[in-house]
Design a protein around this ligand. Structure first.
Ligand SMILES: NC(=O)c1ccc[n+]([C@@H]2O[C@H](COP(=O)([O-])OP(=O)(O)OC[C@H]3O[C@@H](n4cnc5c(N)ncnc54)[C@H](O)[C@@H]3O)[C@@H](O)[C@H]2O)c1
Length: 366
């Protein structure tokens, strides 16, 4: 395996997030190049490979892992597969970039972290909000004292539901919108506040509009109390009409800032006829719409992958790690348990033998 020049990357998956990974490496090509893609449905990996001129294509990711020159593998497959894939990638001696949420259970998180340590490879957690330019700017201002002592941080992500069927199947996803998008908000608040200890978690959730499709919750509210006195407030929805929302609010005794990723990076547009593409999960391009530009850049995906490649070369220290993903996993457990029990859950909260986080809500409700 070469350890100079561009980092050679393999991607597992060929659909939504895999495309984002491939496009991100194309946008920032200096540190890494995608040389292989693996995806089980015949024809799908070929299609992605053709779009991004990726030379090697596999239907079985284990065959891709046998390729000697590949140094880093990104996982863009359903949540229930993350842990096994990570173990396989690390065992093949390659660095791991794992999509959010890290995995299904705390036991899996421990196994992933431990295996990567033992095999001497990095486990990098693909939380792009740590790289989102607007959010990074807000954090820089906070660190310069712009807001004084911060007492509350909010993050919310909302749309009308995911794009692929497996998200609705809690056996494969581990939970509904709290698992899928709450993981972003938990990570964001934790990172923004400088990774303070977490005291407790309170959550409310329900399935308001998609009960025909899923046992998972489609709306959730989560309050995290941090040991430094600050509060994180995380709102997520798969029940929100009108397309995608992703925003933050930061409140300190000396100031406040707001950032809206979509409306804030868009062209207020009216079209009688519609046009090609507005933004992820936009239901229409007719009437009033808010088409974004530089969508992946505004999210921070290319910057994230560039950073991970530099970590593989030892040029930077990972800013988003398996340990961060494990903290998120514990808060997911606590959140589901809180919603089930109807009260705050104190951390540490690390029950053993849970099959998937949502069970802590579903079983408590039953
Ligand atoms: N960071 C983000 O903002 C973000 C956004 C979307 C998705 N994601 C995450 O990315 C991951 C993938 O989600 P997606 O939206 O791309 O889903 P998707 O359904 O669009 O794609 C899933 C891919 O995984 C592949 N896959 C399924 N089983 C596999 C197997 N056994 N081996 C190899 N590949 C297999 C599928 O063939 C498909 O190509 C999920 O963990 C999701 O939470 C993250």
């Amino acid at each position: 395996m070469s350890n100079k020049g561009k980092v050679k990357v393999g991607i597992i998956g060929s659909q939504f997030e895999a495309d984002i990974h491939a496009e991100s490496f194309r946008i920032m090509p200096d540190e890494a190049e995608v040389v292989a893609v693996a995806s089980p449905t015949p024809g799908n990996a070929e299609k992605l490979a053709k779009k991004y001129e990726i030379r090697r294509v596999f239907t079985d990711y284990k065959q891709m892992l046998a390729e000697n020159d590949i140094e880093m593998v990104t996982i863009a497959a359903p949540n229930s597969l993350h842990a096994q894939m990570t173990v396989d990638i690390a065992t093949a001696g390659k660095h791991v970039v794992c999509e959010k949420p890290l995995c299904m259970t705390l036991e899996e998180a421990d196994l992933m972290i431990e295996t990567c340590k033992q095999k001497g490879v990095l486990l990098m957690y693909a939380e792009e909000l740590f790289f989102t330019p607007k959010y990074v700017k807000a954090k820089e201002m906070a660190e310069q004292g712009a807001f004084g002592k911060i007492y509350m941080v909010k993050q919310s992500e909302k749309h009308f539901g995911p794009h692929a069927p497996w998200f609705w199947n809690v056996e494969r996803s581990g939970g509904g919108v709290f698992m899928d998008m709450g993981c972003h908000g938990i990570a964001f608040c934790y990172w923004f506040l400088g990774r303070p200890n977490i005291k407790n978690v309170y959550c409310q959730m329900a399935t308001h509009v998609h009960a025909d499709k899923t046992k998972g919750e489609d709306n959730s509210i989560c309050i995290i109390e941090f040991a430094n006195g600050a509060v994180g407030l995380i709102e997520d929805s798969w029940a929100r009409r009108g397309g995608m929302e992703d925003r933050i609010e930061v409140y300190g005794e000396g100031g406040v800032t707001y950032a809206d990723l979509h409306m804030g990076n868009a062209l207020p547009t009216y079209s009688e006829y519609g046009y090609g593409y507005a933004v992820e999960k936009a239901p229409t391009t007719k009437g009033w719409t808010w088409p974004v530009f530089e969508e992946l850049w505004n999210y921070g995906f290319p910057q994230e992958m560039y950073h991970f490649a530099r970590c593989v070369r030892g040029k930077e220290e990972p800013q988003a790690t398996g340990e961060d993903g494990r903290v998120v996993q514990e808060v997911l457990y606590a959140g589901y348990q809180s919603a089930g029990k109807g009260h705050k859950i104190e951390l540490p909260f690390q029950p053993k033998g849970i099959k998937k986080p949502i069970d802590l809500w579903l079983n408590a409700k039953a």
